[in-house]
Design a protein around this ligand. Structure first.
Ligand code: SF4
Length: 168
């Protein structure tokens, strides 16, 4: 990796809670001298092109055709792809349904027109190879720090088990 690690944080269908958790880490200030954040959807979304980066974090489930295309482009341009949170790693609550898409669509949008092509919500890994996953809703700050800190020094983080109950 280059001296400054290039990082991007993308969001698909999500509540932006994972990004908020990331933003609220005081420790991020210590990590930032080693990194350059070239894209952060929480701060700026529509005007951003997908740029080549060392590490791409992706929050949210793939729930539209446009998001499916976005994750493929992110994969092509990123050395390491990290799926962040329950939506990206498992599909999130928006995937918990046995109703068909057109029925869900009508319930939420009626006959209204929208700018996107919907799909059933699915984890990022259904579309692209994911190199590492950070679980949780949102993930624990310590898991973010561990994963990012380890990647920034050019090492590889071990998989983190995520218990159903944090007291377990
Ligand atoms: Fe929000 Fe949880 Fe999904 Fe993160 S995993 S985007 S906190 S719903």
């Amino acid at each position: 990796m280059s001296e400054k690690v290039r990082i991007a944080f993308y969001a698909l269908t999500s509540c932006y809670g994972c990004q908020l958790q990331f933003a609220m880490m005081d420790e991020i200030l210590q990590l930032l001298p080693k990194a350059e954040i070239v894209c952060w959807y929480m701060l700026e979304r529509d005007s951003k092109e997908v740029e080549p980066v060392d590490i791409a974090f992706i929050e949210g489930s793939v729930s539209t055709e446009e998001e499916a295309e976005l994750v493929k482009e992110v994969r092509e341009k990123s050395k390491i792809v990290v799926a962040v949170g329950a939506c990206a790693t498992q599909g999130g609550v928006q995937s918990w349904t046995d109703k068909p898409l057109d029925e869900l669509w009508k319930t939420v949008y009626g006959d209204g027109k929208v700018k996107f092509q919907p799909k059933m919500a699915e984890p990022v890994e259904k579309y692209i190879k994911v190199d590492y996953k950070i679980y949780g809703c949102p993930p624990e700050k310590r898991d973010f720090i561990y994963a990012l800190g380890t990647l920034l020094i050019g090492s590889w983080p071990e998989d983190i088990d995520y218990p159903v109950c944090l007291e377990c």
